[in-house]
Ligand binder design. Sequence first.
Ligand code: ATP
Ligand code: MG
Length: 423
Amino acid sequence: MSGQVQSVRGMNDVLAEDMPYWQKLEGAARELFAAYGYQEVRVPLVEHTELFKRSIGEFTDIVEKEMYTFTDRGGESLTLRPEITAVLVRAAISNGMLHNQRHRLWTAGPAFRYERPQKGRYRQFHQIDCEAFGYEGPDVDAEMILLSARLWKTLGVERVALQVNSLGTPESRRAYRGLLVSYLESRRGQLDEDSRRRLAGNPMRILDSKNPAMREVIDAAPRITDHLDPASRGHFEGLCAHLDACGVAYTVNPRLVRGLDYYTRTVFEWTTDALGAQDAVCSGGRYDGLVAQLGGQPTPAIGWALGLERVTELLRVSGAPAEGLPPDVYVVLAGARAEAAGLALAEQWRDALPGRRVVVHLGGGSLKSQLKRADRSGAALAVILGEDEVAGGRAAIKPLRSDAPQQDCAWPEVPAKIGTMLS
Ligand code: ATP
Ligand code: MG
């Protein structure tokens, strides 16, 4: 077999020109999590299939048709994680972190869903994910939303809006579900095929339908916010009061149900009008029952996940251009003797200039072509080693971003000279 090896559909390479956006987002998130007292953890990409079936729910799109599931060589059914919340719950249980303890955690990395690839929707995508265990809220619900709001502020992202809702407890939801099903049965003729299929398994997901033809039926449906149990109502009012006090704008959307079964009480979603159809950039909610459902000590919990592809795209379309860090110094090595001495000299200069970015030209070429590359690299200075310089133990330092004159000095003085010329 020959020919070009193809990439897997829906799985992307993130190339150097995109990285500044990724790093800007990841860097801002990392700093904010530290500032709010969230600790970073790393968890596997692969889990027992059962974890996702038992958490996300059998009748969800993810479990029904989107999981990358395979049997390993030992005969076990494993799945590439389609989301990270369930994995962090499993990790907290497996590591005995939930006995009268509280944790605020975050992690980042890829997730996998066999969806139809399109702009903003991929089969391997990346999430930043945070979860809090052991807090009953609604203070933590508010804090998590505040953290995400501050992330937008830090990044200069403006075209995002927050929707919140409460799904109540499993009991109040069951009662509401009954009402919803009888309503939807009465309008069966107006339901699309997808919705008719969901009517039996997961009727609340019908509220989430993106089919415009379903709009009218959905708008007239009973609202979950009118059927909350008193404790959930109080919790939701508490959250709204915190958000009001902190000046975070939001809309209550009684049709926001989210695609996973484990949510209880608070759910929320940040959407944008800047990216077209795939408009959800960060979503989350409370899942007070999930830890116990997966065999852990009953523990209230809440979390959110943000889609890196969508948010970096948002940075690209709405923010200032993010640029990578250009070198401080580009070392030009003209001739065999310069090439022989260059790597060792650059190491000495790096030792003397910690934190400075010193890039060495590799692969030879004329002085002219190397200077062209030095210029294209964006470096502030070129340090030039030619035959004459090497013979005399000297280097020429040329400012590339100003008309200041080139300077010449002995090798031991190069770091100090670079330091002055850069400052
Ligand atoms: P959507 O409504 O767009 O399908 P979702 O509700 O399935 O999103 P979550 O499971 O809540 O998404 O995941 C959290 C975030 O991850 C989303 O807000 C979105 O930014 C991102 N995301 C989800 N699925 C994908 C995907 N297939 N490709 C890229 N990003 C995704
Ligand atoms: Mg989805």
